[in-house]
Ligand binder design. Structure first.
Ligand code: GLU
Length: 288
C-alpha cells in the first residue's frame, strides 16, 4: 500500500516536471485555448497593455488621452495581428528606465518605446524585431560648434536615465558632463536656455524635437551617428511563442504595406521615405 502511494506521488511529480518543461516554451500549459503568454492573453481577454513613450514626437506622443506616432501605429498592427481591437489596447506611459521592470513585473504585456535590443537587456526581457535601425546623435543649439561626441569634452550633455545613449556617454566619453532626467523632453528647455550644451539620444527622436514648432530654427541635429540602435518590441523573456508571433506579424506588415503605411502616417510626414523592413534580420526568439 505504502509503496503504491509512493509510486503514485513519483508519477505525479514526474508529470509535473514534464509539464513544466513544456510550459517553458509557452505554447502550452495556459488556459482554455491552450496558449499562454501574450497569445493566450489576447485570445482569452481580448485586451493588451502596451508600454509606449509619451513625449517623443513622431514616435510616441501623448495629447490628452490620445497617443500617436510610429511606435503607436506599429503597436496597433501587432495588437490586431493578435486579435485585439484598437479600442482594447490600454496604453501605459513608460520612460527609458522602467521598461525592463514593467515587462518583468507584468505591468505591461509589450513595450514599443524606441527600445534598443541589446545583450544586457536580453538578460531580463525578450525582444521581437528589430523594426527600425536608429543611431545615437546629438542635438545642439543652431549656432553651436559641437560637431560630434569627440567635441563634448567639458560640455554638459543631457540624456535619459536607463538609456543606451546615456550609458555610452558615461563609458566612452567620460570627459563630458552628463546630466540625466527620466525623459528627454526635460532636456529641451535646458538646451534652449543654455544650461546644457547638447542633448543626446537616437537621431530619429532628436529630429522630432528639432521639428517642433516651439523650437523652430533654434536647434540642429549634428547628423553624425555613433552607435547602432535596433528597435525591438519588448516582451516577457519566457514568452518565446509570443515573440515568434510578433515577428510573424511584422513580416506580414512588411509584405502587405501596413508597415509602410504606419511610417507614412507618422515619421514619414516630414518627407523621409519609409525604410525597408528587413525581415531576414528578425530575432531568434528564445535564443540567449
Ligand atoms: N534607443 C535607446 C534606448 O533604448 C534610446 C531611446 C530611449 O531611451 O527610448 O535606450
Amino acid at each position: 500500500m505504502r509503496m503504491k502511494r509512493m509510486a503514485a506521488i513519483a508519477a505525479v511529480a514526474g508529470l509535473a516536471v514534464a509539464m513544466a518543461a513544456c510550459g517553458g516554451d509557452s505554447d502550452e500549459g495556459g488556459s482554455g485555448t491552450g496558449a499562454s503568454g501574450i497569445v493566450g492573453k489576447a485570445e482569452n481577454q481580448k485586451k493588451l497593455v502596451i508600454g509606449v513613450k509619451a513625449d517623443q514626437p513622431g514616435l510616441g506622443l501623448q495629447t490628452g488621452s490620445q497617443y500617436e506616432g510610429f511606435d503607436i501605429e506599429l503597436a496597433k498592427i501587432i495588437a490586431k495581428g493578435l486579435g485585439v481591437e484598437e479600442g482594447n489596447i490600454e496604453w501605459k506611459t513608460t520612460v527609458s528606465a522602467n521598461r525592463e521592470p514593467f515587462i518583468e513585473q507584468g505591468t505591461v504585456d509589450l513595450v514599443l518605446a524606441t527600445y534598443t535590443i541589446n545583450d544586457e537587456r536580453k538578460q531580463k526581457v525578450g525582444f521581437a524585431g528589430p523594426y527600425y535601425l536608429a543611431g545615437q546623435d546629438l542635438l545642439v543649439r543652431a549656432d553651436s560648434d559641437i560637431t560630434g561626441p569627440e567635441s563634448l569634452e567639458g560640455k554638459t550633455v543631457c540624456s535619459a536615465t536607463g538609456s543606451t545613449p546615456a550609458k555610452r556617454i558615461q563609458e566612452d566619453y567620460p570627459k563630458a558632463r552628463l546630466q540625466q532626467f527620466d525623459a528627454y523632453s526635460k532636456c529641451l528647455p535646458l538646451l534652449e536656455n543654455g544650461q546644457v550644451d547638447a542633448v543626446t539620444t537616437d537621431d530619429i527622436i532628436l529630429a522630432g524635437y528639432a521639428a517642433q514648432d516651439q523650437y523652430a530654427g533654434k536647434f540642429k541635429v549634428v547628423g553624425k551617428t555613433f552607435s547602432d540602435e535596433p528597435y525591438g518590441i519588448g516582451i516577457s523573456k519566457n514568452d518565446t511563442a509570443g515573440c515568434e508571433k510578433v515577428n510573424e506579424i511584422l513580416k506580414a506588415a512588411a509584405e502587405d504595406g501596413s508597415y509602410k503605411a504606419a511610417w507614412d502616417a507618422t515619421l514619414g510626414k516630414s518627407g523621409t521615405p519609409a525604410p525597408e523592413l528587413d525581415t531576414t534580420k528578425l530575432t531568434h526568439c528564445g535564443a540567449a
